[in-house]
Design a binder for this molecule. Sequence first.
Ligand SMILES: [Zn+2]
Length: 406
Amino acid sequence: MNPESLFAVALGITPPWEVEGIEFSKENKRLDIKIGFSRGATFTCPVCGAAAPAYDTKEKTWRHLNFFQYEAYLTARVPRVKCLNTDCGVKRVSVPWARPGSGFTLLFEALVMTLVREMPVKVAAALLGEHDTRIWRILDHYVQIARAQVDHSDVQRVGMDETSARRGQDYVTFFFDMDQRRLLFGIEGKDHETVKAFTEDLTAHNGSAENVTDASLDMSKAFIKGVREVLPNAEITFDPFHLIKHMNDALSKVRAEEAKLFPEQMKGSRYAFLKNPENLTEKQDEILTRLCNYRLKTARAYLLKLALQDVYFADNRENGESRLKGWYNWAIRSQIDQVRKVAKTVKNHWNGILAWFDSKLTNGFIEAINGLIQSAKRRARGYRSTKNLINMAYLIAGKLDFRLPT
Ligand SMILES: [Zn+2]
């Protein structure tokens, strides 16, 4: 076997294509494989599929997998064919080792897709000696292809969440299938129009807005408006995780204010207040007990936070509602402005908060998914555009089927 036919076998080059020559440059650290075809060879007409002779050719080059430390390139004279069926016209044939318009072979692209699952795109780009925008383009292509095939006909319970794309400037909203725990759709923005765009995408993938029975969201006006407008059968559940976060934020503000007034008493309490009693260290437990004795607002706010969490441990909606009523009455009379604000928010979102007892759309899952999105953000470091960030989120959380060449 001569080197040409050896490379033909290794690359899977079959007739009419053949390896015509191999050039190896030690100085340029580069291996060039020239591909051609024999005189009189016929190709498949890309329009009708009939065999057709070459009309003219154009030379093209593709980056291939490295050959040890050497960058490898395929160069081929790619013909246009003139089909016997004159309606077809003169058309460029496709090559079996690359997709149209790409400067990379399919195997190189498969390597790229494997690397970007494991490391930031910038790192993968540096490793491959390519500009990262070319790597992002590959990711975009395969995500589009994979998403074109997905079926959303069984989607019934959805969750939505916004995340800041960079430095709180641009926002991206993600929509999830809460049962199958996958990312369904991502879009720039955080207004009610994002929900409409989601339902359009849902319809494009065999799903239906009418099928959606439950929607889990934070208490943002925009999402509520969007859901009311375009998801006619969805009962809203306000995500417990977000409500508790509101309460924690209120508690932190109360604590910060009192820490200025009573620095001695409040010393060492910052992290204690974020924990639940069972997770406190002995020292933190002492601090909290001491603060309760001082009758500080922070201590009461802490107890109110625990009581709000406790609502979710009721065994049914009815008991949950009576706990929430008790909490509300206590909170609204607490004389702590920050807490009273949370109480008012609770009152305005009463049914959606209690809807959790029926839907049980859980905070744990939202947190887990948020973790995935955060990791997508880290993985997409220097992602240049929100489109790239969304593609990275699809790669990580979309459970997409990438049919990559092997
Ligand atoms: Zn034809």
